[in-house]
Design a protein around this ligand. Sequence first.
Ligand SMILES: C[S@@+](CC[C@H](N)C(=O)[O-])C[C@H]1O[C@@H](n2cnc3c(N)ncnc32)[C@H](O)[C@@H]1O
Length: 347
Amino acid sequence: MAGNKNLNAAMKAKNDEFYTQLTDIEKELRHYTQHFRDKVVFCNCDDPYESNFFKYFAMNFNRLGLKKLIATCYNGSPVQGNELLLQFDIDDPSEPKKIAHKIEITEVSDMNGDGAIDLADVRYLLQNDKNVISILKGNGDFRSPECVELLKQADIVVTNPPFSKFREYVAQLVKYEKKFLIIGNMNAIKYKEIFPFIIENKLWLGYSFPKMFKIPDRAEGKNVKIVDGIRLQQFGNIAWYTNLDIQKRHEDLILYKQYTPEEFPKYDNYDAINVNKVAEIPFDYEGVMGVPITFLDKYNPEQFEILGITENNIILQPYWVPNCKKYDRPYINGERKYSRILIRKKR
Ligand SMILES: C[S@@+](CC[C@H](N)C(=O)[O-])C[C@H]1O[C@@H](n2cnc3c(N)ncnc32)[C@H](O)[C@@H]1O
């Protein structure tokens, strides 16, 4: 049994090993430039020797006007210590895969004066003795006391964290009231630990949906391609999650469709009408509407309020039809429908 447990942990850890491409980071980050001036940025799931998040912020340190950039590298072991083992068994989840360390950047010299550094390389950055690298006492886990101390110093956390720990990862950011911009699976929207943050306007979707991620050299899987010698895997449902204010959250969805009871039938079990396409939300319906989850990409909290999701019974009780059978998914005339977000127009 212990063997199975170890194998499961190893599988989960492997599923966390995919790396964000610089182009995807640049594509999203260009919408947030104004948030970074004089800020401490923390990339807390990032080996600075490999991470493109670290590289992006090092390259743009002066242009963004950062005060400090911190990155911490997890050693891959669930065990707290940071023993420097030279030989390890790659399938044993208790063995460190790396040396847990942190890097702190406070000055980036700009050789040619164009506002960006020419080489976002750790060795280059460390030529400046204002920048320091040091070995961590623990394993570099984002929940470890020394990483939490660094989190407290940070203003904005930006990274792609391990998907297997996404719930805990977000809960920690919310607990310490940090600003963040992170990558996550769209399925996380339906988690009972995540959706309440969406309702409370503590978390929303960013702009882009990264698709191709770099994976380790030996990794196999569906949808793997090798582009310019780099092993990339395609993922279908990845999004940016943030609590930084962005322009698109203030843009109204233009509504053109008129409500008719035939086109927008009521559910059997929810006191709400069904809307199949976000673009077809009726402009003249004042009650509760069930809309596809992709609505979140268009959500402006001044235009709509989110009331719940027809999944995991999250904040739904008031919207049940009296005496109906309480299924999670909505039904129409006995037919099971897709999961929906329940919304209401504000104005
Ligand atoms: C999806 S990968 C992304 C890596 C990097 N942030 C990027 O975007 O290229 C998640 C990373 O988190 C690391 N990780 C896993 N568990 C962790 C933990 N408890 N604390 C910190 N990092 C962890 C993994 O080793 C992995 O490198």
